[in-house]
Ligand binder design. Structure first.
Ligand code: SF4
Length: 463
């Protein structure tokens, strides 16, 4: 149904380009606060566990270490050359797992796991095996579990991949950003094409069912001519999924980005051309635009989930499962229960201290009110499935949709006039052109953005 080449209207993108959230959570992370602490987390964990319809689990492990620094990086990462430091971190992950398990029943099974970072493959194969064994001795995995990992081809060996496969990893993702040598040098990420190809080949040989490649536009020296060559090579490598991210240059917030020379970055017009080129090239090559920077092959499970209306969005991006409890481990990681988000301490020292004191390292969070849950469902439906059945929301939450969202619907008329949505009595449908501006459409339902306070948080631009 969505298998089609997309044409991108740059004037429309320009009109709607403004800062906005990416909606990996609602309320979004800037609204997390210290009033939600470890006691709130334990209470909610135990409530979930008492629920008859207990949710299955999604586990996330944040492995923050990297060998070198990519100058565009916005992740919570730590430069490291000391393997003992990694062993120490794994010791603390084990403490965190044991503590958390003391608040959770033994009957909660794992349907998803993701290792992110940083660079999970900065761990040696032996450290990967050790962490895998620790996790598996505390959690029971369902046979159909989706287990995914972020790989860095630059440090990867076949032994790393075998260690991951032994634990059960069956999906992988790796950063490329751009194959152009001048761009790679400017961002301090030298990654020749052959090692990316080799990593994908190893994954396929070991039976990984879906492999993703991340690209980025808006980096130094990028232009449509050289980026077209990168896209051509990527299409030839033939990953199952692609994410094409907009580089957000926020040097005042992310100090390391000052290492990129501002005068080498493409201007706004060139960035839009790079975006247009990426979307048109990838959809012409048969990839389906999933939404929010993501593409997948027609037979990939993400595309199928989008077509079945079961796609979901969380901190790792798009997911094929909704309704799981997400339990996150490691510094800065974010957990999600039915009506709570909590984030761990961001630094190693406080994270270690809290665990040494026998406490979960919860730093802050937010409780999700019924109104938040309603708006989260509306935003998630739009972001994932590009449609909203008003009657479903009305019967689930006991509201009149048109009355409850009168302001949003008023604001949406301009989107309708621009051909981005179709408003009908019982539903709202996002058009193909509207899918590129889905963040802007969803922002109309965000009650926090509507509060015109002077302290509005800083978000990346929507286009
Ligand atoms: S490898 Fe990833 S996490 Fe590490 S510095 Fe580069 S972009 Fe950041």
């Amino acid at each position: 149904m969505h298998r089609e080449q997309m044409d991108v209207n740059i004037d429309l993108l320009k009109k709607y380009d403004r800062p906005g959230p990416r909606y990996t959570s609602y309320p979004t992370a800037p609204y997390f606060h210290n009033g939600v602490d470890v006691n709130t987390y334990i209470q909610h964990l135990q409530n979930e566990d008492r629920n008859v319809a207990k949710k299955e689990l999604s586990l996330y492990f944040h492995l923050p270490f990297c060998n070198t620094l990519c100058y565009y990086c916005g992740c919570n990462m730590l430069l490291n050359r000391n393997k003992n430091r990694v062993d120490q971190y794994i010791d603390y992950l084990e403490k965190e797992i044991k503590l958390l398990k003391s608040y959770l029943g033994n009957d909660r099974k794992v349907l998803q796991m993701h290792w992110g970072g940083g660079t999970p493959t900065h761990l040696s194969p032996q450290q990967i095996r050790r962490l895998g064994t620790i996790i598996k001795s505390h959690f029971e995995f369902l046979p159909e579990a989706e287990i995914s990992v972020e790989l860095d081809p630059r440090e990867l060996t076949f032994d790393h991949m075998q260690a991951l496969q032994e634990i059960g990893f069956n999906r992988g993702s790796m950063g490329v950003q751009d194959f152009d040598p001048q761009v790679q040098e400017a961002v301090n990420r030298i990654q020749p094409e052959d090692i990316t190809r080799r990593a994908i080949d190893w994954a396929r040989e070991l039976g990984f069912v879906s492999m993703n490649i991340d690209l980025m536009y808006g980096l130094p020296f990028q232009n449509t001519k050289s980026y077209a060559r990168t896209l051509e090579k990527i299409i030839d490598i033939n990953p199952d999924r692609l994410a094409v991210f907009n580089y957000a240059h926020l040097p005042n917030l992310i100090k390391r980005q000052k290492l990129l020379k501002a005068d080498t970055l493409p201007g706004p017009e060139e960035k839009l051309n790079l975006l247009k080129l990426s979307i048109e090239t990838l959809t012409a090559a048969g990839y389906v635009y999933i939404g929010m920077d993501h593409f997948a092959k027609p037979q990939d499970e993400l595309t199928l989930a989008m077509q079945n209306g079961t796609l979901y969005r969380n901190f790792q991006g798009y997911s094929t499962h909704s309704g799981l409890n997400l339990l996150a481990f490691g510094i800065s990681s974010i957990s999600m229960l039915s009506d709570l988000y909590v984030q761990n301490e961001k630094g190693l020292a406080p994270y270690f201290e809290r665990l040494d004191a026998g406490q979960l390292p919860t730093m802050r969070g937010v409780e999700v009110s019924t109104e938040d849950q309603l708006r989260r469902e509306v935003i998630t439906e739009l972001m994932c499935n590009f449609r909203l059945q008003k009657t479903d929301i009305e019967s689930k939450y006991g509201i009149s949709f048109d009355e409850h969202f009168a302001d949003a619907l008023k604001n949406l008329h301009v989107f309708e006039e621009d051909g981005l949505i179709v408003l009908e009595t019982d539903r709202l449908t996002v058009t193909t052109a509207g899918r590129l501006l889905i963040r802007n459409i969803a922002m109309n339902f965000d009650a926090y953005l509507m509060q015109k306070s002077a302290n509005q948080p800083q978000f990346s631009r929507t286009v």
